[in-house]
Design a protein around this ligand. Sequence first.
Ligand SMILES: Cc1ncc(COP(=O)(O)O)c(C=O)c1O
Length: 410
Amino acid sequence: MVYIRPFNVEQWMDKYETKCTNNIAETCCDSVSLTDLMTLASKSTTRDNDHSENPLILSLSKKRLDYGHIRGSPTLLTNISTLYSTSTSHFPFSQILITPGAIAANFLVFYTLINPSHHVICIHPSYQQLHSVPASLGASVSLWKLQETETSWTADINELKSLIVPGATKLLVLNNPNNPTGAVLPLETLMEIRFLAEKYDITVLSDEVYAPIYHSSLSPPPPSFLTLGYKNTIVTGSLSKAYSLAGIRVGWIASNNPDIIEQLAQARDYNTISVSQLDDTVAAYALSPSVRRALVKRNVALCERNLEILDSFIKKYPKNITYVKPVSGTTAFVKFLNPRSGKVVDDVRFCESLIRDTGVLFVPGGHCFGVDEDEFKGYVRIGYACSTENLNFGLMKVGAWIEGGGMDYV
Ligand SMILES: Cc1ncc(COP(=O)(O)O)c(C=O)c1O
């Protein structure tokens, strides 16, 4: 049997997500219902409108529930292809595959392309799947570690050069925007990566599930790796995070290389005939240009507003809480220091005490993102893209807990 490390962040969420009273750990932009989605699209201010004639409801109710289009419906594929098209080039929809979420998309890429002779480089910290799955397939994995300074999490291109093993490095895995830091790899770095990937014949997998949540502090936002013109690029995306629709379980894989897509499609035949036709229909509607614009506008505004609330909270406790303010995405990677000792807290004990005493859920950063006992000790991932009301209330409880001495013994 394959040995695969337990997926700590998913196990943590499974254990506490439904038991907490304030979930400030979640990475999705505040999820929407179908009614919310249709209201957003119609620009109406009331949620009680009669949506029975909305094209979404009509097509959901009339849809014959067969397997549908195996690789994804033409409407959905077309809407996704516009995400990667530029004024000068149209991204072909035949180079996209629909999957049950980005988690299945990433898994399929590793399962299909990686074997024990390969070396994989993965940006770090990031979603554990991105390094644990290739390791479970027998590949040797090197972590390209982001460096934390007072103002940013940055990737050092010289460090990447030193990790490349010519002839053995098969895949470079990026996560842009990054979970958990909320940092981005800027265009200059992406261009340097592209140059190295081409030189050493490395395929690039860029997990871009948090695009296009770019805050206005970030100018200009980085492009998708797919638009840089490097053939052996694979990008994964999803409806879960930026589009608030994790419940429909729709993600995708897009590549500039049609042969890679065919290879992935062959492996996909064995575990995904098609995604749910209801999910595909909702996804196609959400990504139709006008609905997508409304959804992204709502979510960028939500993230910017909520980040300011989180920032004010953190600034109230300068001796106990430090972080690099995110510029994108939905998460912040925050360090907590014990008020008595001045040392970093034990992040698991901290999060467990917090949920027990207040009902507020955070994610322990060392436990879920570190690869050894000490890495990211004392860090906590905060998902601030929940409803503003939930964030305000949850942080108020955390503040009262800190001031009441709750953090003194963790
Ligand atoms: C970087 C990253 N990739 C993929 C996923 C999986 O997302 P999905 O809901 O699309 O499967 C997550 C979920 O947290 C994530 O953070």
